[in-house]
Each structure stands twice: as structure tokens, then as C-alpha cells.
Design a binder for this molecule. Structure first.
Ligand SMILES: [Zn+2]
Length: 347
């Protein structure tokens, strides 16, 4: 097989981790958004161009491996690509400001929404496809590449507006469910295309599924069935990232059938999460604080927090959530150093 013959050690290790196999040391990298200003300067690829031009996206993504020494990298660098392709307008942002959704085309009548037949030709989806293909096929990127799609609850909130969608989940859950199912159809189409283009795994990032946002009951009744269907239709490795204190929905997240879950620093009990996940043959990615430690503390603090994750048996040491653009490069390098030191100490 072409793929297994050319697959790098890092890719093999990544696949093993996602297959629930034991590996000697954890990988360091990210499955969440990660464009930082210092790497934009070093790579010569800044946003907004790095979000919209495949060559620039490739340059910035590569720098996470060659400069920050990350062993798992993720594109795109924002969470509006699928929303934009579904018809939402996007503020493309600036070098230091991440793109955001500014219009909700189905706020008046959510039942009008259907996934466009030409979805894969719309917005920046072709840009992401091309960047994946250049990274994996033309450049033979050694590091595993994770391609991100917005999750179905996030997409539903983009299309309807967050307040309207949350209201629907309470007042008209059957309509909310219908929209979420259509949104997950879009996720499935994009994810399979990204995997086909060469991505090693796909991550579904659904911040609205956080218990602090949609609530555990609505997650179970409305979002979880869609995420289960997502995995029934994906023929490769998949990761689920949900923001916030997800402890109460961990069993449900695990039942969705992803190979790994990515959690952030606000979880209450990382050891409980990792133990539950490992019993389910699921890997855990996380969870060095992005809002606090990585953003504004010293490399020494990053190393301390990384050690805690490593002591808890994390499978891929990663930022807990999306990195702030101002996050210093030295703090990303401190994560890699921490893993290297830990590996020497422990193994
Ligand atoms: Zn998050």
C-alpha cells in the first residue's frame, strides 16, 4: 500500500494512539486552532491571507512543525470555514483578529435551511482541500495533519443565531434536531473530503455543545445522535473537541464513537476523563491552559502544567483550546521541552 510505505514514524504513532494502542511517549501538538503572530512573522504567512490562500496556509501550518516542533498540526486556523460555505457572512479578521461569523441567514425561518449541493466548491473549503493536498502529498509533511470542521451545534448557531438556536432546543427541540442533522450532513461531506485529500484525522470542534452552553440534556437528545451518525459515515480517524467543563457529558462524548476527545483546562477532573476514555479505547488530547498559562505565563509555568497532563497519562499533549494570536512561541516550545524531559525521566 502506498500510504503505509510512505507514512512517517510520527504518522504511525499518531494512528496507533488513535487506535488505542500503547505508544512509548505521548505526542505534542494541537487539534484546535493555532495561528500565532510570531509564527506568522517567521513563516511570512499572516492572516487574513493565511486563512484564504492555500500556499500561505501551508507555510503557516508547516511552521508549527518546523519552528514550534509540534508533532500534530491542524488546519484551518479558524472555525468559520463550513459556516461561510453554508451561507453565513464572515468578518475575515486581521493579523491579530480571528475570523468570525457576522450574519445568520436562517434566523427567521430555520426550517428553510438545506445543505447546498455544491458545498465543496463554496467559500474556503477548496482552499483547505488544496492546503491538505500540498502538505501531505506534495511536501510529504512528516507530522500528522488534523483537518477541522465546525461541529453541528456550532453550525446551527451560526445559521440561526446563537440565542434563537438555544431557544429552539428548549421550545421546539424537533426543529433544532432537524437543523443539527442537516448540519452534520455538511460536516460529513467536508470531513470525508478532507480525509480523501490526505488529512490523517478530522476534528469536530463544537463549542456550543459545552454543558455551560447547550446543557447536558440537549446535548444528549439533540447533538449526540448526530455525532454518532457522523462517525458511522466517516471511514477514518476522528476527534471530538468540546469546550468548557465537560465532565458531566464525558460518557456521552465517548459513546459518540470518536477515536479521541480533546478537552480544555476548565475540566474538573482530568484523571477521571482519561481513565474513562482509556477504558473505552479512546485517546485524550489536551489540556494546557490556552486562556491563561500559554497566553500570559512563563515557560516554566507551561512546563509545570504540561507535567500534570503527562502525569495524568495524556495521549497527545496539546493546548486545551484555540490559541490566542499573542501566545508566545517560547510557550509552545516549552510544551515540547516538557514532554522531552518527561520522557527521559519516565522511560
Ligand atoms: Zn474549545
Amino acid at each position: 500500500m502506498y500510504i503505509s510505505e510512505t507514512r512517517s514514524n510520527l504518522s504511525n504513532k499518531f494512528q496507533d494512539i488513535l487506535d488505542g494502542k500503547k505508544v512509548d511517549t505521548p505526542l505534542v501538538g494541537t487539534a484546535t486552532t493555532s495561528a500565532i503572530l510570531e509564527l506568522m512573522d517567521i513563516s511570512g504567512a499572516s492572516r487574513p491571507e493565511a486563512d484564504r490562500d492555500p500556499e500561505k496556509m501551508v507555510k503557516l501550518a508547516s511552521s508549527f512543525h518546523t519552528v514550534a516542533r509540534f508533532e500534530v498540526i491542524r488546519i484551518p486556523f479558524d472555525v468559520t470555514v463550513v459556516g461561510e460555505a453554508l451561507g453565513c457572512q464572515v468578518d475575515i479578521g486581521t493579523k491579530a483578529r480571528t475570523p468570525s461569523i457576522i450574519t445568520h441567514p436562517f434566523d427567521k425561518d430555520p426550517s428553510e435551511f438545506n445543505v447546498p449541493a455544491d458545498l465543496l466548491e463554496r467559500g474556503r473549503i477548496p482552499v483547505v482541500m488544496e492546503a491538505i493536498s500540498i502538505l501531505k502529498n506534495d511536501q510529504g509533511l512528516e507530522a500528522p495533519l488534523v483537518a477541522g470542521v465546525e461541529g453541528p451545534a456550532d453550525l446551527a448557531s451560526y445559521l440561526c443565531g446563537i440565542k434563537s438556536f438555544l431557544k429552539l432546543t428548549v421550545k421546539k427541540p424537533e426543529i433544532a434536531r432537524e437543523i443539527v442533522e442537516k448540519c452534520v450532513d455538511a460536516c460529513i461531506v467536508c470531513a470525508n473530503t478532507y480525509l480523501h485529500s490526505g488529512a490523517d484525522a478530522v476534528v469536530v470542534a463544537d463549542s456550543l455543545s459545552s454543558p455551560e452552553m447547550i446543557g447536558p440534556d440537549a446535548f444528549r437528545n439533540i447533538v449526540k445522535p448526530a455525532l454518532i451518525r457522523f462517525n458511522e459515515k466517516i471511514n477514518d480517524h476522528s476527534i471530538l473537541h468540546i469546550c468548557g467543563e465537560v465532565d458531566s457529558i464525558i460518557p456521552d462524548m465517548l459513546e459518540c464513537g470518536f477515536n479521541a476527545i480533546s478537552v480544555e483546562e476548565n475540566v474538573k477532573d482530568l484523571e477521571y476523563i482519561i481513565n474513562s476514555a482509556h477504558r473505552n479505547n479512546t485517546a485524550v488530547i489536551g489540556n494546557v491552559s490556552t486562556a491563561d498559562t500559554l497566553y500570559r505565563k512563563a515557560p516554566e509555568d507551561v512546563r509545570k502544567e504540561a507535567f500534570k497532563c503527562l502525569d495524568a497519562n495524556i495521549d497527545i499533549l496539546a493546548p486545551g483550546c484555540g490559541l490566542a494570536p499573542e501566545t508566545p512561541l517560547r510557550n509552545l516550545l516549552a510544551m515540547v521541552e516538557a514532554r522531552d524531559k518527561y520522557a527521559v525521566k519516565k522511560f
